[in-house]
Design a protein around this ligand. Structure first.
Ligand SMILES: C[S@@+](CC[C@H](N)C(=O)[O-])C[C@H]1O[C@@H](n2cnc3c(N)ncnc32)[C@H](O)[C@@H]1O
Length: 313
């Protein structure tokens, strides 16, 4: 779909899908399917630039990350590399989980849902996972991050959220020995109390939400006043870079992606979702319409990607 076409609900719509609930289910299944090859493909197809983008985003957020009491949520964390870039700039707890502790025991402490996940109004069955049954604990109730214990000098853990169990299963070993809690949840229905989070990052995930206004409203709900969002995502550059981008993104990347991921949908969906994603002026409008203040967009790598930032007043 052309970006200029009016769309009553701006949000991701994989080919053949027309309503938000089916879009979310389709996207969840797609990420579950490509999870085992996601990291390889990502680094290969972006020639490692993704690492620079994650690090640059984390550096831009250094002042808030440096505050031990700040509650940080990395939304759509996938296999966890953005979360790790954030974690590098967090103060370190004095008694971090000892080396060698099984990563799965972290999962048991976090509230991974055991049965089904709600996206929109429909319950979406979770697919098979490499997480063992021991990792599955009862349904997450509403969490109030930062309220489990009175705050002392121990930094709050980063909350890493995704609705693809298979992506999270690959993040788990990376999170072992780190102050990170993985949580399986839908970005449009977060299991967090109102006004409980100080910073929400989302790298290459927001574009996949079935409704951008609903996504922004949910981020607004869980943020504390003065809390910030930082959304890193692709953009369609213009000029010479735009032409090169189109050649690579629309032709070469889907071909390589199909060959390596063996999932014909995934890397056709990627350029389509970027083409459909609002351009920076429209995204800024959507962010403002969700009542955030001072929205900005900083282009990365000639505008191939960029970082949206805004504050809840
Ligand atoms: C392209 S990956 C990005 C992963 C990671 N942030 C990165 O930078 O590599 C997008 C992730 O968003 C997740 N996602 C998409 N829609 C979601 C939703 N509604 N709720 C939670 N996670 C979602 C997918 O499962 C997937 O892991």
């Amino acid at each position: 779909m052309s970006n200029s076409s009016p769309d009553p609900t701006p949000g991701a719509r994989p080919t053949g899908v027309s309503d938000p609930a089916s879009a979310a289910q389709n996207i969840q299944q797609m990420f579950d399917a490509i999870a085992p090859r996601y990291d390889l493909l990502n680094h290969l197809l972006s020639a490692g630039i993704d690492r620079l983008w994650w690090r640059r985003t984390a550096r831009a957020l250094r002042p808030i990350l440096a505050r031990p009491e700040a509650v940080v949520l990395d939304l759509c964390c996938g296999t966890g590399d953005m979360t790790l870039a954030l974690d590098k700039l967090r103060p370190k707890p004095r008694n971090l989980i000892p080396q060698g502790l099984k990563p799965t025991s972290l999962a048991a402490s976090i509230g991974i849902r055991s049965t089904s996940l709600r996206t929109g109004s429909e319950a979406v069955p979770l697919s098979k996972t490499s997480l063992s049954t021991a990792d599955r604990v009862p349904q997450v109730s509403t969490l109030r991050p930062g309220s489990e214990a009175p705050h002392n000098s121990s930094p709050e853990p980063i909350l890493a959220v995704d609705f693809s169990r298979n992506m999270l299963a690959l993040a788990q070993p990376k999170f072992a020995d780190r102050n990170i809690r993985a949580i399986e949840a839908d970005a449009l229905h977060l299991p967090f109390a109102d006004a409980s989070i100080d910073l929400i990052t989302c790298a290459f995930g927001f574009r996949n939400l079935a409704s951008y206004p609903d996504g922004l409203a949910e981020l607004y709900r869980v943020l504390r006043p003065s809390g910030q969002i930082a959304l890193l995502d692709f953009n369609q550059p213009t000029g010479l870079m735009g032409a090169l981008y189109s050649l690579y993104f629309k032709h070469i990347l889907p071909l390589l992606g199909r060959l390596i991921s063996r999932d014909p949908r995934a890397y056709t969906y990627l350029p389509e979702s970027v083409a459909r994603f609002p351009r920076p002026p429209r995204m800024i409008e959507l962010i403002s319409a969700a009542d955030f203040t001072a929205p900005t967009w900083t282009p990365y790598t000639f505008g191939v990607a960029g970082l949206y930032r805004a504050t809840k007043p």
